[in-house]
Design a protein. Structure first.
Length: 223
């Protein structure tokens, strides 16, 4: 897979290192010359191609080039830059998947398909969801959204008096457009089947659509 990362700071270099170890072809576009020179002199992360350029300029992106790129991730520390890069990647180069980092949570509403963003990653929102997931029992917590809200990953920790507890998944009326992807039980990860029995205290991860979310919530939180 060919990946272009815009932003060669700590976030961008970490992502690049992980992807290259996975065998992917990674290019980092970075605006600061000193950062590029330092990376090229040290060779870290290994196997990553560095390009010194302002990715907010379409002519610079043509020189990279972006033809044949599978994913572009805009992860600079500036939300405006990330939005501009995302829009150019999608509209000018038709990059199939554009991922953008949200630095200021107040700007999260702008990171949508109108700006070419397929997936927006907001660390404050993700941390909030993880905190809720850690302390909430018997309530639904939305962890991630995909494709601009067309699908979501939700989590419910079954309360001790939940009606779904001590029942097999096959016996619960889950909607067709929902899927239990994992059950976390006492530091174990279970990949459920129809005969998997849910127990009180289980953390149930479910992939849902907007139409099925309310039904799934009712099944897992009803007491």
């Amino acid at each position: 897979m060919k990946v272009v990362i815009v932003g060669g700071g700590n976030v961008g270099t970490f992502i690049a290192a992980e992807l290259t170890r996975g065998g992917h072809e990674v290019t980092i576009i970075e605006l600061e010359a000193d950062r590029v020179a330092r990376a090229q002199s040290t060779g870290e992360p290994a196997g990553v191609r560095w390009v010194l350029a302002d990715a907010c300029e379409v002519d610079n992106l043509r020189k990279v080039p972006l033809d044949g790129v599978d994913v572009l991730a805009a992860v600079t520390g500036d939300d405006e830059d990330n939005l501009v890069v995302s829009l150019l990647a999608k509209q000018e180069f038709a990059v199939p998947r554009v991922i953008a980092r949200v630095n200021n949570p107040k700007n999260h509403w702008m990171f949508n398909e109108n700006w070419g963003v397929d997936v927006a990653v907001s660390t404050p929102h993700l941390l909030t969801a993880l905190v809720e997931e850690a302390v909430s029992v018997g309530t639904l917590v939305r962890l991630l959204s995909f494709e601009h809200g067309r699908a979501s990953l939700i989590e419910v920790t079954l309360a001790s008096d939940a009606k779904a507890a001590n029942r097999d998944i096959v016996d619960l009326p889950f909607p067709r457009d929902s899927t239990i992807v994992a059950v976390l039980r006492q530091e174990r990860v279970l990949f459920p089947r129809g005969d998997t029995r849910l127990l009180a205290g289980d953390e149930v991860l479910v992939l849902v659509t907007p139409d099925s979310e309310d039904d799934v919530q009712a099944i897992l939180t009803e007491r």
